[in-house]
Ligand binder design. Structure first.
Ligand SMILES: C[S@@+](CC[C@H](N)C(=O)[O-])C[C@H]1O[C@@H](n2cnc3c(N)ncnc32)[C@H](O)[C@@H]1O
Length: 231
């Protein structure tokens, strides 16, 4: 089994942000929204969502468009990412609906601690302590809020990793290919995610493998006083 190799937490180099923002994530980001809506079931008409590690905001904008009466707070520790998200042509259309904030886990104090949904894509593999993500979920969720997290899974062997790099980033700019390879090395395996959830009172979430490189974790965040069996 290939051991995990961490990668730098923040993506703050201008070239790196540019390459990431211009990459074609139509398939995985479209799938993120599709799976979120399928797995979490009918959404209330209005609510407040939190996007952790939003990067240049593509998923944030897709979510906001999908749920026009929801407001979204989207945070990222990289100021270059947040600046990029705010320059997106979709920002004007989403004015008043999305608040992009430059803030880094775990040293971030939410202005609002009662979010109805916490979502996150491809953040957990960047964190030096992955429990920071799950603790933030616990801290910010309203009673019975929903959570939906997607990320990469580390392949078992180096040759499987190289196959994924060529398949999904073979024709991409070198910097994007480098980052994808590093992300696969830094990604957690599903059994490690299950251990993280057990350590943060989130063991009742459902964890599923949904592609040759992605897993999702989703469900309801119970308030501290409720029991798992009341889900
Ligand atoms: C791979 S990108 C994913 C961006 C976005 N969620 C997406 O799917 O396109 C990971 C993001 O997490 C941010 N990040 C990493 N560590 C962080 C931390 N401790 N607090 C906040 N953001 C962090 C990085 O700066 C980067 O923008």
């Amino acid at each position: 089994m290939m051991p995990r190799t961490p990668e730098p937490e923040l993506m703050d180099e201008v070239e790196q942000v540019q390459a990431y923002a211009y990459a074609n994530f139509e398939a995985p980001h479209g799938r993120f929204i599709e799976l979120l809506e399928q797995r979490l079931g009918p959404a209330r008409p209005q609510g407040r969502a939190l996007d952790l590690g939003c990067g240049p905001g593509d998923i944030t904008y897709r979510f906001a468009q999908q749920r026009p009466r929801w407001s979204v707070e989207a945070i990222d520790g990289a100021s270059t990412m947040i600046a990029w998200a705010k320059q997106d042509p979709r920002f004007t259309r989403a004015a008043g609906q999305i608040d992009f904030v430059c803030a880094r886990l775990p040293n971030w104090e939410p202005t609002e601690s009662r979010f109805d949904l916490v979502l996150s894509n491809s953040l957990v593999h960047h964190l030096s302590d992955p429990l920071d993500l799950w603790r933030a979920v616990q801290k910010c969720a309203a009673p019975n809020a929903k959570v939906f997290v997607m990320d990469l899974q580390r392949p078992e062997e180096p040759c499987a990793l190289q196959t994924l790099v060529e398949k999904y980033a073979g024709d991409e700019p070198a910097i994007l290919k480098r980052d994808f390879e590093a992300s696969l090395h830094a990604a957690y395996r599903i059994e490690e995610i299950v251990e993280q959830l057990e350590a943060t009172r989130l063991a009742h979430l459902t964890v599923e493998e949904v592609s040759d490189r992605h897993w999702i974790a989703h469900g309801t965040v119970h308030s501290p006083s409720s029991t798992v069996s009341s889900a």
